[in-house]
Design a binder for this molecule. Structure first.
Ligand code: B16
Ligand code: MG
Length: 218
């Protein structure tokens, strides 16, 4: 039904904290190329595609490489990253996520994933959440990265509802901008000053109350 409310969740930074694994894999790559990569520099990679992340990393190290070499490094980084992902369990689901998903299920509100990660289905499977999502939109489905609204607009289509009825939960500024330009309601998870463009901001998923959700879906 086109007028039904629905939720679209980002993955990294909202459902699980995979940023720490991305960081370890990127740092390893930087070190192998002869430079260091700090956690602060890693902030620039959050919500950004794998290819764009490598460009940023190489910019930090002021390294120029052939397209062939870049391809090989992307494969290497993903291999390292997947070794961490394969150790993930439901214990890594961020606080407040289960409660929120249970609320949505109890109220028959559909929810989808809208992530830049090409590994999103595997990660959801590892933490035991894959089957609960009505639809998955990931890095394999999109041609334009956030802040382009494409990922969320495909999500709305898969949820069979109008973009105006979708509520996006995101931790990255680019994701909030993508939701806003799709004319969706945006909920930021993180720092209020950083995510000031969001319609609502919570420090963590744990702070989202049932009353707030009830008002949003009514
Ligand atoms: P992959 P999200 C994003 O996930 C991560 O925040 C970002 O750091 C990563 O580079 C991107 O996925 C691509 O991930 O290498 O697994 O395809 O926040 O959009 O869920
Ligand atoms: Mg994210």
């Amino acid at each position: 039904m086109k007028n039904e409310k629905a939720f679209i969740f980002d993955l990294d930074g909202v459902i699980v904290d995979t940023a720490k694994y991305h960081y370890l894999a990127w740092k390893n790559l930087a070190n192998s190329l002869g430079f260091d990569f700090t956690e602060e520099q890693n902030e620039q990679l959050k919500g950004v595609s794998r290819v764009k992340s490598l460009e940023i990393l190489l910019g930090v190290g002021k390294v120029n490489l052939s397209e062939e070499k870049k391809e090989a490094l992307l494969k290497e980084k993903n291999k390292k990253y997947l070794a961490y992902v394969n150790t993930m369990t439901s214990a890594e689901i961020l606080p407040g996520v289960n409660k929120l998903l249970q609320f949505l299920e109890a109220n028959k509100i559909k929810f989808a994933l809208g992530s830049a990660s090409k590994n999103a289905p595997l990660i959801l499977e590892k933490v035991g959440l894959l089957k609960r999502f009505y639809a998955i939109v990931d890095g394999n489905d999109v041609t334009k990265a956030k802040p382009d609204p494409e990922v969320f607009l495909i999500g709305a289509k898969k949820l069979n509802t109008a973009p105006e009825n979708c509520i996006v939960v995101e931790d990255a500024i680019a994701g909030i901008q993508a939701a806003n330009s799709a004319k969706m309601t945006s909920i930021g998870i993180g720092d209020k000053t950083v995510l000031s463009e969001a319609d609502y901001v919570f420090e963590s998923m744990n702070e989202i109350t049932s009353d707030f959700l009830q008002n949003l879906i009514n």
